[in-house]
Design a protein around this ligand. Sequence first.
Ligand SMILES: *Cc1c(COP(=O)(O)O)cnc(C)c1O
Length: 403
Amino acid sequence: MCIFAMRELPPTAGLPLHWRDLLPRRGDADLEARLHPVLGIDDLQVTCSGTAALVIALTTLSRNSPCSEVIVPAYTCPLVAMAVSHCGLRLRVCDLQRDGLELDPDMLSSLCGPRTLAIVPTHLGGRVVDIGAAIKCAARSGAWVIEDAAQALGARHADGTPVGMLGDIGFYSLAAGKGLTMYEGGLLVSRHPELREQMRVVANELAPTQHLWELRRSIELLGYAAFYRPRQLQWVYGMPLRRALSRQDFEAAAGDSYPTRIPLHRVGHWRRAVAARAALRLPAHLSALEQQARRRIAQLQRIPGVEVIGDAPGAQGVWPLLMLRMRHGSSRDAVLARLWGAGVGLGIPFAHALPDYAALQDVIPKAAVPNARDFAARVLAISNTPWLDYATFMRIVEVIGQA
Ligand SMILES: *Cc1c(COP(=O)(O)O)cnc(C)c1O
């Protein structure tokens, strides 16, 4: 039942487009230069998705190395697993720390060895994790660290380093709803100049210009401009969500997708320019989200049995959504039963721990990942969109409190 009829809030705080973004001017084409002062990274590589960025990174690394295993967290975007499999590499799933988002250090050291090509820690939902253990393990076995910062554009580690630049390689997603968007897009970064050079060469080879894909994404970006607003989102997001929930398809409801093929192509000038134009508003957007998050976290922390997930000590995350861990899976499910699909921007980041996706059985090995499963069962995500007004937020707080 839709209790807030007509208004549909997005699950994350994407940056809405203005109509004038669609008519970019000369100078807007240089998205990389526009983002330099915002991110503090002067050499960015634009890709057609975050997944494509990971494919380009892994392909580059595996051309230089006989190693074939990639370690990923057991609770992350299924597209990460698809990218590893696309590259013909072997996926190793590492559990999370108990009550944390970091990779479990014991399991990580047992997985990491002479066959390890890369470790891919995730800054889930804008939360900055400590990647120290991953860097140590990687150094010991000659592997690389790739930071999955898909949802963390603008975040910084405790020492001020932008996420993605403390490991060897990092990537951001510019998909719809992840913040700044080109409908589908990504950014690839590395602190090693020679890797940046090689990744550009690999991208030219793997991801050539494909006019039909670019046309499709351009139309989708126009659709985003038209529909990414509370009165329109029900048509493209709310209704499919409620249909998925009514057939108990929680993977579709959470927005988990696993396409059979990963599109790889160049991003055209117009979409880059639209994103560059919107990027002028990114710093103000990020700081408004942070202020709203601080106030709302204070409210949520007053609810007994609820823990708001924060950043590693000293780190500066970004706030597309607020993630909570409830004491019991049953109370989490009770909140979902009342508010998921109610148009208020409440849901879960991903449906399961990676080994529990039936459709990905061939790609993801079975693994004992009790902490990731426990997290998947107790996590709740509340959109931090500015469209979620205080009264509606307090209603969500009330429902969580009752559960
Ligand atoms: C969205 C996401 C990706 C993939 O990015 P796309 O741009 O959608 O391909 C990878 N990792 C995480 C954690 C994500 O949320």
